[in-house]
Write a protein that binds this ligand. Structure first.
Ligand code: HSE
Length: 308
């Protein structure tokens, strides 16, 4: 028996929500998990780059593969060992770009294996296992549930989460550069401690962003999509981020310009034709900086992981 699932890409943080906010995007990886015919043959992991444009060589094909690690935890939970499995990952989500590619394989492996085992785990347990493997829940929650999610990894390992309807006319544009940034490196540049005034800044912006999304209040959103916890430390790793923010300040219908996850992709939230009005100038900014990037505009993805 084999099960295939499709899992959306995600953009985490959304400005102030470091490690707790994220939104799903309609770009998918497909993960298939099947029992191998010959018992004792061990695990087999195949990676297929559907877009033929990403560096998939960095994805482990052994026990260190994140999908396998997550599946192993699920099997352990039911008192079994995960051996003799074949995992196939078809990637469409760019790797190491801040678009949740690792979250998608973790969630995909888990959901497919859970189906294969006749669903011993509920969604809450899947989310908790996925967050344990990923280290934080902000990508895995929207990858699993779709839409905009807030999530909190609790001290006991459980994850509290909530999905809030994302305003339909708020578009999500991602600027995906042609270079990778390992999340471990992007996290290593963050300081051990943050000045209390910067913490207070992010607390109020996080409260505001939830209210802005809930009430679909664009003016509140413009004030809320700001951050002093991670962006000031990471912006030196993200070509064009500073220049883009200076250019977009106070532009009509642009609600925010933030680092997507740990970067290097940049996320712009806009309404009406806000992005279209400035896209040529944005392309010019990147050309001047000699940065080539793929620009795509999406609506929020609302289904999350689906068995196909
Ligand atoms: N919240 C995470 C970070 C997302 O910013 O490091 C990347 O996995």
């Amino acid at each position: 028996m084999k099960v295939t699932v499709k899992v959306p890409a995600t953009s985490a943080n959304l400005g102030p929500g470091f490690d707790c906010l994220g939104i799903a995007l309609p770009l998918y990886n497909e993960i298939t998990v099947e029992e191998t015919v010959m018992p004792g043959s061990g695990i087999e992991i195949n990676i297929i780059d559907e877009s033929d444009s990403y560096d998939i060589l960095s994805i482990p094909k052994d026990e260190n593969n994140l999908a396998y690690k997550a599946i192993e935890l699920l099997y352990n939970f039911i008192g079994q060992t995960a051996s003799d499995l074949k995992i196939t990952i078809k990637t469409n989500i760019p790797v190491a770009r801040g678009l949740g590619s690792s979250a998608s394989v973790i969630v995909g492996g888990l959901v497919a294996a859970n189906e294969l085992l006749s669903k011993p785990a509920d969604k809450a347990l899947l989310l908790s296992i996925a967050s344990e493997v990923e280290g934080h829940p902000d990508n895995v929650a929207p990858a699993l549930f779709g839409g905009f999610c807030l999530s909190s990894l609790e001290e006991d390992g459980s994850v509290s989460y909530s999905k809030i309807e994302w305003p339909k006319n708020w578009k999500l544009t991602v600027l995906i550069p042609d270079y990778e940034l390992d999340t471990k490196i992007a996290r290593s540049v963050l300081p051990e401690s943050i000045p209390i005034k910067d913490c207070a800044y992010n607390i109020r912006k996080s409260a505001m962003i939830i209210d802005a999304i809930y009430r679909k209040d664009s003016e509140m959103m413009k004030k809320a999509m700001k951050d002093k916890l991670h962006q000031p430390y990471r912006e030196k790793l993200i070509n064009g981020f500073k220049e883009l923010n200076e250019f977009l300040a106070n532009k009509d219908d642009i609600l925010g310009c933030v680092i997507s996850g740990a970067g290097p992709t940049i996320l712009i939230v806009s309404e009406n034709n806000g992005f279209e009005k400035v896209q040529n100038e944005i392309k010019q900014i990147f050309e001047d900086l000699n940065v080539s990037c793929d620009i795509r505009t999406y609506e929020a993805e609302n289904e999350g992981t689906l068995v196909i």
